[in-house]
Ligand binder design. Structure first.
Ligand code: SF4
Length: 290
């Protein structure tokens, strides 16, 4: 079900400051369909059943954004677009909300952080390029596995890992930062030596600014759901996988074991870039250089 709605407020403030405290989500629900998605629970508060199929489209998002940015106390803090749901999910092809959002962002010279698992972002490449001349733009994607047989099960609506990293590389020199999230790292599925090596090697080869890593976190209802996905699709790892998730976070000894491997890969490839959050002051200083 796709339903158009009128939203009363579109900017959301939260305490987690990485990469920014402000989120803008043009959609509720997400057709990318990641089986590990922890935003799924939010749909039950809307009385909706299927986070991956019941999509709410905020058709007035750009008009509301303009009203909210007009506020006198807006300090041009960075806005993350698509913090809770993917901004370039399939319905964006039809609704084209992003170009109108970028128009407002441009008018108010507000820095943005865009994160997507879809190459549909390339439709707006020229618009984002122009925007980056006026304000700072960070572009990010996350990849769990470069193995397509795994990706098709866990992220059925996403572009392939290779397409995503190629997309990200196209924003080099345009985005202030290109950020690859190697996440979630799914034990026994996406932490093979081959996938670790491929992920870090391609980050180097494509000259991505920053790679950040994060392990799968299974809280609340997500844990039994995800365990069922593993049982049905990857039965050979089910028993060992379950033992690593006695709690919502991964077993600490296993975490240290994989982290050590990743640290060695970083050292081997000299990959130590870190993501520096934008700040309105730094942004003003940066603009004054032009
Ligand atoms: S892209 Fe993000 S919001 Fe969409 S299903 Fe995947 S994890 Fe959830």
């Amino acid at each position: 079900m796709i339903k158009e709605i009128q939203s009363k407020r579109v900017l959301t403030y939260h305490e987690d400051s990485f990469p920014t405290n402000w989120d803008l989500n043009p959609y509720r629900g997400c057709t990318i369909g990641c089986k590990y998605c922890f935003a799924q629970y939010s749909h039950k508060y809307l009385g909706l059943n299927d986070f991956f199929k019941d999509i709410l489209v905020k058709t007035n998002v750009s008009e509301r954004l303009e009203i909210e940015l007009k506020r006198k106390n807006w300090k041009r803090e960075t806005i993350k677009i698509g913090g809770t749901t993917d901004l370039y999910q399939h319905v964006e092809k039809k609704y084209e909300l992003l170009p109108k959002i970028y128009d407002v962002i441009k008018k108010y010279k507000t820095p943005i952080f865009i994160q997507t698992k879809s190459t549909l972002i390339l439709r707006d490449f020229e618009i984002i390029k122009e925007l980056s001349k006026i304000t700072t733009v960070d572009v990010a994607t996350s990849i769990s596995s470069f193995d397509e047989s795994i990706r098709k099960v866990i992220e059925p609506g996403a572009s392939s890992g290779l397409e995503r990293i190629e997309m990200l590389a196209k924003f080099k020199g345009i985005a202030r930062n290109t950020v690859l999230g190697f996440m979630p790292i799914i034990p026994l599925l996406s932490d093979s030596d081959k996938n670790l090596e491929t992920t870090f090697r391609l980050t180097k080869e494509y000259n991505i600014d920053t790679i950040v890593t994060s392990f799968l976190f299974l809280r609340g209802d997500l844990k039994p759901k995800f365990l069922n996905i593993i049982k049905s699709n990857f039965p050979e790892i089910y028993t060992d996988f379950s033992k690593l998730y006695i709690h919502s976070t991964i077993d600490s000894a296993y975490y240290n074991y994989v982290n050590l491997k990743m640290r060695r890969l970083r050292e081997k490839l000299n990959l130590f870039g870190t993501y520096a959050a934008n700040s309105p002051i730094a942004h003003e200083n940066q603009l004054s250089l032009f």
